[in-house]
Design a protein around this ligand. Structure first.
Ligand SMILES: Cc1cc2nc3c(=O)[nH]c(=O)nc-3n(C[C@H](O)[C@H](O)[C@H](O)COP(=O)(O)OP(=O)(O)OC[C@H]3O[C@@H](n4cnc5c(N)ncnc54)[C@H](O)[C@@H]3O)c2cc1C
Length: 540
């Protein structure tokens, strides 16, 4: 007879910043826990993306955990925007500091998870063939954890070295004196280019879409700032916990339409010199809604690009022509445009000359072949649903998640979907853009409270109602019809051939997440059907 008692209460998949927090919350709540991770270490995004130049574009101290003041005080971030090695060290520190590592298994990919109605448990199978039965399955598998490389003929023929930025090897890649191709100019590609510039013989940048890159304006955190951060922990936590974007930036309530041209110019100059995402979060309140204001900000950035890049043709090609600011997630850069003034760097505009194939020696476009020693694929991710659709998830009555979501995801709170009881996915599709750990942390808190409610009331099975899911999904889709943010590219699935075009972020943002989850509590969790497992009678 099949064993039906769970091995653990909560099985978490993914050791990124969300999964680590989920492990901490579940354990401190008294659940038995286990965490499975495909990689051989902690960090998620910050484990896999170890390419040259990988770094935060959230301020370090706003990205790190806020659940422990001691942790906040003892970890001294070196820079306002930390690089990947420092972030990976931090996450490892957290795991050891809170004794979480003993619950984690690495090099363990979940290949199947099947719901068993009779016992009210998930049977989870991993790449090494082991099985684990869990009451609750939490996929903290990330939205940017499945790297995407376009299916270009001949990729395997290339005799040189090639890596995707999101699967970068631990061993250092030697760029010295090498001819390098960087394919892709979104957030990762634009970080790689200036970082390897001093070492290489040449860099050829293959650009399909120009992006609205603006300066990151990173710098070390001074001792005075370190002291201020520590003294201001409570205020910072309050700010971050209440900020809609999850950032601590001052919000600008003024609309650009109400400002004079001189005022707008002054603000744009100030923003150009401001750190990271402030260019979005502290910009005019109507930046994403008023085309005139957006156009003027874009014109300002274009003017800066023309001022930096000496060759007018290259400058023009680096200026986006097909979307406004925010239409794609804006990258933040350190010396990217300046790199094009180095004779070692050249730009290939794929709109003029598309890639035909990869050859043994390099990349062939309609213009001819260029030879390389190294190809860096900075070609993005299968955003939102990529990891979940590869986990072999089968819900009630044999329903595969991939079939259930064939036209794109439907969720409640971006946390659960009907037909898949006891399955949660914080930080997955219908999570929000912004400073990720703040929003994903909210999701972990909401779902942990839901598990606690079920436990306190003697329920084993939690399933979202049809109405709750429809209501939330309708809200997301309605917002998607009017939003201008991220409508070009990965947030809509349009970078992946064959993927349904569906907006994958929660358009209601943190505000809606909080509003609806508060209603759930006030309404005594009637957004869910909760029951005992069939072996234990009783249903609400
Ligand atoms: C280069 C880069 C820079 C970024 N910079 C920022 C930033 O500055 N600020 C910001 O807010 N956000 C940033 N992001 C977004 C980033 O993904 C989130 O901030 C955050 O790391 C998400 O954490 P997570 O734990 O939800 O997912 P992840 O960090 O992606 O972790 C998911 C983990 O799940 C594992 N996994 C997936 N499927 C399986 C499976 N079947 N079995 C076992 N394990 C599995 C993966 O191996 C991975 O380790 C960045 C993303 C990238 C790619």
């Amino acid at each position: 007879m099949q064993r039906s008692t769970p091995d653990v209460d909560v099985l978490i998949v993914g050791a990124g910043i969300t999964g680590i927090y989920q492990l901490h919350r579940a354990r401190e709540s008294g659940f038995s826990v286990r965490l499975l991770e495909a990689g051989s270490g902690v960090g998620g995004t910050w484990y896999w993306n170890r390419y040259p130049g990988a770094r935060f574009d959230s301020e370090s101290y706003t990205y790190g955990y806020l659940f422990s003041e001691e942790l906040f005080e003892e970890w001294v971030w070196e820079e306002h925007f930390a690089g990947q090695p420092e972030i990976e060290r931090y996450l490892n520190h957290v795991v050891d500091r809170f004794d979480l590592r003993r619950h984690m298994r690495f090099d363990t990919r979940v290949t199947a998870a099947v719901w068993d109605d009779a016992s009210g448990t998930w049977l989870v199978t991993t790449s090494d063939g082991t099985e684990c039965r869990a009451r609750f399955l939490v996929a903290a598998t990330g939205v940017l954890s499945v790297p995407y490389t376009p299916d270009i003929p001949g990729r395997d023929d290339f005799r040189g070295v090639q890596h995707h930025t999101g699967l970068w090897p631990k061993e250092s890649v030697d760029f010295v004196g090498k001819r390098v191709a960087v394919v892709g100019t979104s957030s990762s590609g634009v970080q790689v280019v200036p970082t390897i510039l001093d070492d290489v013989a040449s860099i050829t940048v293959y650009q399909r879409t120009a992006n609205w890159c603006t300066p990151l304006n990173n710098r070390p955190i001074t001792p005075e700032e370190q002291a201020q951060l520590r003294a201001g922990f409570e205020d910072l936590r309050e700010t971050l916990n209440t900020s809609l974007s999850g950032f601590a930036h001052p919000v600008n309530v003024q609309s650009g339409a109400d400002a004079s041209p001189a005022e707008r110019r002054a603000l744009f100059e100030q923003l150009w010199n401001s750190p990271g995402f402030m260019k979005l979060t502290s910009n005019y309140s109507d930046l994403l809604f008023n085309e005139v204001v957006n156009d003027e900000w874009c014109a300002f950035i274009a003017e800066q690009i023309r001022g930096i890049v000496h060759d007018p043709d290259t400058a023009e090609r680096l200026i986006p022509k097909d979307h406004g600011f925010g239409g794609k997630r804006p990258p933040f850069v350190i010396g990217y445009f300046e790199a094009f003034n180095d004779p070692k760097v050249s730009l290939v505009d794929l709109r003029d000359t598309a890639i035909v194939r990869v050859t043994e020696a390099g990349i062939e476009t309609t213009d001819g072949v260029r030879e390389f020693d190294i190809i860096v694929w900075a070609t993005g991710f299968d955003f939102g649903t990529g990891a979940l659709s590869r986990m072999g998830i089968i819900g009630r009555d044999g329903l595969a998640l991939t079939d259930h979501w064939a036209d794109g995801p439907s969720t409640f709170l971006g946390l659960q979907t009907r037909g898949f009881p006891n399955f949660f996915f914080p930080g997955g599709p219908h999570a929000a853009a912004g400073n990720n750990p703040r929003y994903n942390g909210d999701m972990v808190d909401i779902l942990t409270d839901t598990l606690l409610y079920a436990r306190d009331h003697g329920f084993d099975v939690i399933e979202v109602t049809v109405e709750s899911e429809e209501r939330w999904t309708r809200m997301v889709d309605k917002g998607a019809a009017v939003t201008t943010f991220g409508t070009v590219g990965q947030y809509t699935g349009s970078n992946i051939p064959g993927k349904p075009r569906r907006y994958l972020l929660n358009t209601g943002g943190r505000l809606k997440l909080r509003e609806i989850s508060a209603q759930v509590v006030a309404d005594d969790y009637h957004a869910y059907e909760m029951s005992k497992a069939p072996t234990r009678p009783g249903k609400r």
